[in-house]
Each structure stands twice: as C-alpha cells, then as structure tokens.
Design a protein around this ligand. Structure first.
Ligand code: AMP
Length: 215
C-alpha cells in the first residue's frame, strides 16, 4: 500500500498529514495526486463526497502553489457557501505551518467588502461560488489572469443550480495555459461539453460506480 510521500508529496507535508491522521491515501487520492503533481494533464474525476476528493486536489495545489508569489495561482469553484467554507478550512488544515498560503473563501450572503479586503492582501488560492466570483470580477477585485490551476468541484451540482453560463464566463476570464481539474459525482453530457471546450486531453478517473446523472 502506498503512502503520501510515495505519491510525490514532500516530507514536511506528509509528516504534517500524519498528525492529522492521514496515513493512507484513499483510492481517489492515490490516482489523482501523482497525476496532478505532474501538471501534464487536465483531469475529469468522477467521485462522490466522502471519497477524500478535497485532499485529492487540495494536496497537489498546496504543493504546487508558490507562497512567495502573492498572485492568485489557483481557483476552486464550488456550488455552495457551505462547501466553499469546508474546502477552505480543509486546505488551511492541510497547510498547517508547513506552507504559508493565503486561502480566501468568497461566497454570496456575506460581506463583499470584507472579502475584497482579504483578496487585496493577496490570495494564492481563491475558493469561490460562481455568482459572488462574477460580482468580484466585475468590480475588478479579483484577478484570474495568472491562475495556473482551475478546480471545478461538484461540477454536476453547479450545473443543476444553473451556473452553466457563470462557469463559461469565469473560465473565459482565465489564461489558456492552466490545468483544469474537474470533480463531479455524475457525468451528464454538459460536463463532457465543458471538458471538450476548456480542457486538453483530460485523463478520466473514476472512484466507485459511474453514474449518468441528470442535469
Ligand atoms: P471529502 O470527500 O474530501 O469530503 O473527505 C471525506 C472525509 O475523509 C473528510 O473528513 C476528510 O478529512 C477525510 N479524509 C480524506 N482523506 C483521508 C485520508 N487519506 N485519511 C484519513 N481521512 C481522510
């Protein structure tokens, strides 16, 4: 059985993960972490909540983001405020004192001026819901031109909630040279459209049953 260091993560990070009780990678982590660390491929991952998908994309992001560069290097898009907060808190835990990254959650229903204040300090990783992110883009409070990693989490849920146009707008505000990592519990046709339009030769990995889903 492989451990996190064998997947390519650094010793300080894997030592820290041990203190969090992360000893053995889950199947999605075992498949995704080495692939994402290599930056060679875009990814479509079919995985439900509870499979360890947050660490599957979060640990490579933490490893790859440069803490000395204050530009936003990674964007994680999630359908709900709750998921946004959860991802942010998980990523902060994974960083511990090993990596000093500013991770900012931006979502609707909370003070936009507070979020703008945090963004102005420089956030290497932004975790956002689509509507609030578009608002921030229109106010020029967030700059996505330098992002190298774009994560769509629970992509099928975002489409079900009507965020298709918002996702298109956000994706077109980013540079072409980036990795796109898409996580979804189901694979409706619209996900294939996003993959075709915005991803280059994505690797597809599946954990558990592949479900056709409805959008
Ligand atoms: P997620 O699917 O990302 O929501 O993760 C589900 C739960 O599993 C969360 O409570 C994580 O903290 C936990 N978890 C994820 N990966 C591991 C791991 N490799 N070892 C132990 N716990 C984990």
């Amino acid at each position: 059985m492989l451990n996190f260091e064998q997947l390519g993560l650094s010793k300080p990070l894997t030592d820290h993960l041990l203190t969090l009780g992360y000893i053995t990678p889950t199947p999605i982590q075992e498949k995704a972490v080495p692939l994402l660390l290599s930056k060679e491929n875009d990814l479509v991952a079919l995985a439900q909540t509870g499979t360890g998908k947050t660490a599957a994309f979060g640990l490579p992001l933490i490893e790859l983001c440069d803490q000395l560069d204050k530009n936003t290097q990674a964007l994680i898009l999630a359908p709900t405020r709750e998921l946004c907060v959860q991802i942010t808190s998980d990523l902060e835990n994974y960083c511990g004192v090993v990596k000093r990254l500013n991770i900012t959650a931006v979502y609707g229903g909370a003070s936009i001026s507070e979020q703008i204040k945090k963004l102005r300090k420089g956030s290497q990783i932004v975790v956002a819901t689509p509507g609030r992110l578009i608002d921030l883009l229109e106010r020029k409070a967030v700059d996505l031109h330098n992002i190298k990693y774009f994560v769509l989490d629970e992509a099928d849920e975002m489409l079900k909630m009507g965020f298709q146009e918002a996702i298109d707008t956000i994706l077109s505000s980013t540079a072409d040279e980036k990795n796109v990592w898409l996580f979804s519990a189901t694979m409706p046709p619209e996900i294939s459209r996003i993959a075709k339009k915005y991803m280059s030769n994505p690797v597809e990995i599946t954990v558990g049953d592949k479900n056709q889903g409805q959008c």
